[in-house]
Design a protein around this ligand. Sequence first.
Ligand SMILES: Nc1nc2c(ncn2[C@@H]2O[C@H](COP(=O)(O)OP(=O)(O)OP(=O)(O)O)[C@@H](O)[C@H]2O)c(=O)[nH]1
Length: 206
Amino acid sequence: MTNPSEKYQYVSSAKLPTKLGKFAIHGFVETESDQEHVALSYGEWQSDEVVPIRIHSECLTGDALFSTRCDCGAQLERALQNIVEQGKGVLLYLRQEGRGIGLLNKIQAYKLQDEGMDTVEANEHLGFDADLRDYTICKLMLDKLNVKHVNLMTNNPKKHKALIEMGINVVERTPIDHGITDDNRHYIRTKTEKLGHQFSEQQLKK
Ligand SMILES: Nc1nc2c(ncn2[C@@H]2O[C@H](COP(=O)(O)OP(=O)(O)OP(=O)(O)O)[C@@H](O)[C@H]2O)c(=O)[nH]1
């Protein structure tokens, strides 16, 4: 297995005050592609403590442009609120727009979804796998932030599995089911049925 520290590098850290609380931001780069990623941290911990974390993949439309086609923006805000409420935590913000296909391909996929395909069929119609994400950089980010034991905020079992394979101790998984709307209910149902996300029927009916 490639040593993640050869493929990725830590660059720098700074303070990041936000409307939700005072975070610090840490920059990382993929050395081959120059792709940049960031981690936000809040509070302090020792290496034997369980730290609440979220791994969040970039979604320009949901995270920055208030789109309700997906649950991304609501989950991002909820995760940061959870971290502040618990007094400590980490958000790994990975620049894997559109589950790795990129922003403009995601817009093409949205058009196909407007015409009747679901999110998986649209990716495949464009010649991509349903999910192209790679979580290897999380190991370097968590090592840098002295995090070894985590409470992972996700409904996505692939993130859970990836962390375990990297040697991170996932002590607990907390579902993050905010942001289900009439606009994204079908998208979330498809994630549940085809991508393995763990939403309960009750959450889907809300
Ligand atoms: N290809 C494609 N990507 C989408 C679509 N809607 C949202 N996305 C992307 O899906 C990704 C969602 O990532 P996350 O917020 O980390 O969530 P997740 O993998 O669903 O898992 P959770 O941790 O349970 O939220 C982001 O990269 C979005 O840009 C879509 O219709 N098509």
